[in-house]
Design a protein around this ligand. Sequence first.
Ligand SMILES: Nc1ncnc2c1ncn2[C@@H]1O[C@H](COP(=O)(O)OP(=O)(O)OP(=O)(O)O)[C@@H](O)[C@H]1O
Length: 528
Amino acid sequence: MAAAAPGQINTEPLISLGSRSVDCFKKLEHIGEGTYGQVFTARETRTGEIVALKKIRMDNEKEGFPITAIREIKILKKLHHENVVKLKEIVTSAGPERDELRNQGRERDEQENQGPERDKQENQDTSKSKGGIYMVFEYMDHDLTGLTVRSGQTFTVPQVKCYMKQLLTGLHYCHVNKVLHRDIKGSNLLIDNEGKLKLADFGLAKYYCSNHEGNLTNRVITLWYRPPELLLGATKYGPAVDMWSVGCIFAELLHGKPILQGRNEPDQLNKIFELCGSPDEINWPDVSKLPWYNNLKPTKTMKRCVGEIFGHFDFHALDLLDHLLTLDPNQRWTAKQALNADYFWADPLPCDPKSLPKYESSHEFQTKKRKQQQHQTEDVSKRSKSQHSHKNDCPPPIQHTVQAPPQLQGSHHPMTDNQPPLSAGPSHHHYGKPHGPPGVPSRYPPSGNQSGPYHMNRGDQAGGYNGRPYPPQGRAPPYAGSGPSAPSTGGAPAGYGIGPPNYSQNSQYGVPAADRGVSTRNQQYGRK
Ligand SMILES: Nc1ncnc2c1ncn2[C@@H]1O[C@H](COP(=O)(O)OP(=O)(O)OP(=O)(O)O)[C@@H](O)[C@H]1O
């Protein structure tokens, strides 16, 4: 379908809303598990077309159809753009579906002689028979997190530019059409084997008014990608919130891992201030009027050090990053300004999406599952080896306590520890002189670098957050008991096509690739 021109959003519902049964599809594989749904690949039996089915989770819904699904459907019905995932239709199941019935039958056979277990199973069957509602999407081979976390995956600079350009184009379309995405992160950026990138998961998206009528919730956007204004309690905000997340994704693509891995909201804010400097009335007019500023402002002055931390990025990349990771949302670059950045017009130019390599399909959910299985296999073999060597050295005591495998102990996160280092990409990251291709669209004049010269002063940065309690409205730390991974020890986990970073391995930038923060989606209350 042709994309609607910016400003001319499609107002006609172009999709069929629930007139067909899910039995028109055969489920193939479980590829995603989100807060609000399970995602499967499926084949439409009549046409053979492969699609993604997102089953809307109804089990926790006391108040009917989940608001996130209503939002997602309402907004996606109207957005039609090559960089926004296409919602094809909604299908329903009146009761348990063919494959569920088959599975239930199989499970019942297995449970036959298991007494209480059998009763439990029957209860589960009753809940399954509720039926369901599915969103049918065009199928995309990967999500960005799944693709980047794969061991050995490297992106070249033209590839990063190509993905970034598409991300910005899709977001520009949303923003022009007054839609805020509010959950930009790697697992919500889908990529197909034609190199197309599309924004997905509009469950937190929202229409906004530029005159800021009414208040919006600030508990949106996955923590690591959440901008400082939301963390300081802003309830009147606009597209700039998504642009902060874009900055985080951009740095992550070049750097090889998430750059701001806060454990909770105050810690996230502190990490932001450590990197971007303390906010004040000069670099961010009216910041002191934000609701939680007094509670959460840093106790020490911190200097901006984006340029030092990411000094290994090339000049144009750093300039773009600097304008995206700008504290003041009013000075942060818009999607249009970012698209006009020198970065996209300097050699090497973004590659043609079609020229990108084709990869075996990879979604965050599957990548995590594979890693979990890998860890389990490693543990089993480690344990059997150690038992073997104990046997040879000296006999074990008779009552030997079996210990949990190291990665499951304490605060370690099974998914984030011991990630294989991401391999370094090719080294063609030195750009030639910038030159715009013929017929380039009009470009914004490069705005002044409001951050001024960079000052590296890591000594200043310890414990900037004043440790005062987070305002009562704040959520419980999403990371309770699962702090960030231990600092990386050497081995230079490389970025994608970029030289070794020039930061201390003990800083937050030295931590290994990790799970991508925590979605705020399990917060249904009062979301606006
Ligand atoms: N159209 C699609 N094609 C292929 N994979 C998809 C598609 N839509 C979603 N997925 C996969 O399923 C995952 C979860 O989808 P989605 O984010 O829409 O669900 P969610 O319940 O809203 O998740 P979350 O709670 O993480 O926000 C995605 O990260 C992606 O890997």
